[in-house]
Ligand binder design. Sequence first.
Ligand code: G16
Length: 555
Amino acid sequence: MNEQQQSLILESSSRFLPPQGVKLSYGTAGFRADASLLQSTVYRVGILAALRSLKTQSVIGVMITASHNKVSDNGVKIADPNGGMLSQHWEPFADALANAPSPQELIQLINEFVKKEGIQFDGVKHAEILLGRDTRPSGEALLEAAKEGVASIVGAVAMDLGILTTPQLHWMVWARNKGMKASEQDYVEQLSSSFRCLMDLIPSQRSKFDGTNDKLVVDGANGVGGLKLKVLEKLLNGLLIEVRNSSEDGGVLNEGVGADYVQKEKVAPHGFGSSDAGIRCASLDGDADRLVYFTVNPESSGAIDLVDGDKILSLFALFIREQLSILNEREGTKNNHQARLGIVQTAYANGASTNYLKQLGLEINLTPTGVKYLHEKAAEFDIGIYFEANGHGTILFSESFVGWLEATTNELSARSKGSDAEKAALRLLATSRLINQAVGDALSGVLLVEVILQHMGWSIHRWNELYHDLPSRQLKVKVADRTAVITTNAETVVVSPPGLQEAINNETGKYSQGRCFVRPSGTEDVVRVYAEASSQEAADSLANSVAKLVDQFLG
Ligand code: G16
């Protein structure tokens, strides 16, 4: 870095000194902490994003959000040129940058890294960063800090896009780097037009919903998602959506509402009650990158029937598989191609879902928790579907497969317009445009679920009957140092502290259909415990005993 560049960073970083005694790490989804601790970190992520942009000569995104965490927390993460998570190879640098104690040490660190990575400050393109934030009150000031970080790299330009869902920001980065139109309006138009296209392709013999089943009620977690869904809904021609907890009615973000609460607690969010029994309901999380469905149980107050990420995955897999098999049955087209369809889950996937998908003959892959791992694996297939049970997931279509699909659609349209095969190809193409290719997106997810249910002629109850979840329980255990838990085999086995895995095995062996694992959270200061067994009492008891073991070993 030349003198001018160094003094620019020295000057601005001295206004963003890191809080004493706090060590942050770039976890499952970026840096997260109490918002009051994050000014310096977000400023430094601004620098990091500008360096990443110079290195890749592409547009980079910075999103300020703590997603499902409580409102007083905040966080920051980077969207890489493909719209996905920051390359894991840069995470150690992100950690070092965030924790450098003084401006001088920051400069030294950047100098070393710039040299190692061969980053050019006088390259063809200047750095360009898209900035977004969720609705957290702390977001505005943090976004200003990010701007200052970007501005401390000579020539770098930051575009403040204001309040967005996390997936919208990721999508915009992805679209910009593909040379597509990439505003929020473009996002809304792409989603709504592909949704309408899929609706037009619904086979006429399949029954549409009856009158009682045609409304969807969405819990917006008092975050950004409900607001954006209201904008989208106006363009959907006929899909009736009622949004509650949209953040306009004074509720607190993620408090007793949202996908994380509904999925973990298995209860109805605030604002939903027995008068909603039987209605199709969905819940988004605070930044709208997760989606779960549910129905309110009429017999027990607050209880719900949960339709989680695993079941969304199963619905998507059935639909894609149906279209692929129609395409495979076509006759006489050139360039025959058997698409490779892959499924990616984590250890949190309910055992019943994995069995169901295996019975369909699908290829199942397991990765550690964190979208970055699932996404990477799913990208290995022509069509890769990934979902975490918590509702975070999407469908990836490889560029070569989309190219093949476009060529096949053109050929079929010319030769056999209106054929089943042409319709199947058109459905897959529209799905690839509707579903967010950058990251899991509750808004595009909700539209795809809705259109597939109509395509199948299914109610939420019919969908929920695909298989029966094994009873499960998830708990959090607060320990002195969660990083003392080290796992392997996609987080299913603890390797440290020694003896803990043997103790978990012992406990699990006592339960019929027992399965249990523990892992340190990457977004909260806790160790998570997941247990499954043949009855709810047994799953609760297994989770509780293993939580005690975690406490004994790490307390
Ligand atoms: C983030 C990640 C998800 C992960 C979740 C919980 O979600 O993107 O992949 O499942 O955190 O992670 P952990 O169990 O490590 O705390 P979100 O919606 O908070 O961004």
